[in-house]
Design a protein around this ligand. Structure first.
Ligand code: SAM
Ligand code: DTB
Ligand code: SF4
Length: 317
């Protein structure tokens, strides 16, 4: 975005709920129209994830298999070494990924944690990949260090609407998340910020999440919309599944409210049919997580996505 970019329209939760309530075809038409005004509708951005530090997290996010508080079968592992990260980054690049996103199961990085991550960022960038990291909450100065190492994007999600948030996480509050996002923006990093649906929230709360994301100023460059991956042992396992068409509606509403953002069809694709994914692309999704694993759970194999792209006539950015 540059100085010529017009400010995005700010919408109330009620206005966003009215978008959700449109007839499906009207909603998709509106989303597709907005999408075509800002993007080539047949191109998709590809990000590959790697968990560089898995499990043992002190936080209590009710959806997350990496919290030490739940028994979801995820072992607490140390930080990966640089060679392992570089091997995964090279494989991602060879498969056609454009961005490599490194995730750590931390509340936030300590300075001694950050140093090796800065090396990873520098080395991954030297391969010619865009870099992204998601390390939890950042303290003053940490976003600047990441930026100086060559980090392009920082992912930090709002996860859900403020009104539902307390049912999902108690160890950090909404304002902590907004503060980290502010530090990221202030350091000149691109912001990747989205949320999760299918956690038992109401439609009003889905609208509330999108209202919050769309009110960030400037809006995030990248907006991951995750469908809850239910992992046995986490408190949210057994939640009633979200209707897939309601997921498609959520993507369409995100596209309309954040016209210039990359909207990423994120976690939950492995459980989704090709037809539902095709509707998500029609609704304005133009990015995916690409590669057989998310952080600890599965994602479609490279080949399945390549076939889907061929079927739909989509090409990587
Ligand atoms: N630990 C850091 C943090 O939470 O700030 C970074 C990694 S964390 C795993 C990144 C994001 O993954 C979470 O904010 C959440 O939106 C998403 N996530 C985690 N578990 C998920 C699940 N089971 N289903 C869908 N999304 C999930
Ligand atoms: C995001 O919004 N989704 C990704 C990424 N940012 C870090 C993570 C999804 C995690 C799904 C559960 C898992 O694999 O552990
Ligand atoms: Fe920890 Fe992040 Fe999982 Fe929350 S989402 S438990 S902070 S790894």
């Amino acid at each position: 975005m540059n100085d010529m970019t017009p400010p995005a329209v700010r919408r109330s939760v009620a206005d966003i709920e009215a978008l959700f309530a449109l007839p499906f075809a009207d909603l998709l038409f509106q989303a597709q129209t907005v999408h075509r005004a800002h993007f080539d509708p047949n191109r998709v951005q590809l990000s590959t994830l790697l968990s560089i530090k898995t499990g043992g997290c002190p936080e209590d996010c009710g959806y997350c298999p990496q919290s030490a508080r739940y028994d979801a079968g995820v072992e607490n592992q140390g930080l990966l070494d640089l060679d392992a990260v570089l091997a995964a980054a090279r494989a991602a690049k060879a498969a056609g990924a454009q961005r490599f996103c490194m995730g750590a199961a931390w509340r936030g990085p300590k300075q001694r944690d950050l140093e090796p991550v800065l090396d990873m960022v520098r080395s991954v960038r030297a391969l010619g990949l865009e870099t992204c990291a998601t390390l939890g909450m950042l303290k003053d100065g940490q976003a600047e260090q990441l930026k100086a190492a060559g980090l392009d994007y920082y992912n930090h999600n709002l996860d859900t609407a403020p009104e539902f948030y307390g049912e999902i996480i108690t160890t950090r509050d909404y304002q902590d998340r907004l503060d980290t996002l502010e530090r990221v923006r202030h350091a000149g990093l691109h912001v990747c910020c989205g949320g999760i649906v299918g956690m038992g929230e109401s439609r009003t709360q889905r609208a509330g999440l999108i209202a919050q994301l769309a009110s960030l100023d400037p809006q995030p460059e990248s907006v991951p919309i995750n469908l809850l991956v239910q992992v046995e042992g986490t408190p949210l396992a057994g939640t009633e599944a979200l209707d897939p068409l309601e997921f498609v509606r959520t993507v369409a509403v995100a596209r309309i409210c954040m016209p210039q953002s990359f909207v990423r069809l994120s976690a939950g694709r492995q459980q989704m049919s090709d037809a539902v994914q095709a509707l998500c692309f029609l609704a304005g999704a133009n990015s995916i997580f690409y590669g057989e694993k998310l952080l600890t759970t599965g994602n479609p194999a490279w080949e399945r996505d390549q076939r889907l792209f061929e079927t739909l006539g989509l090409t990587p950015l």
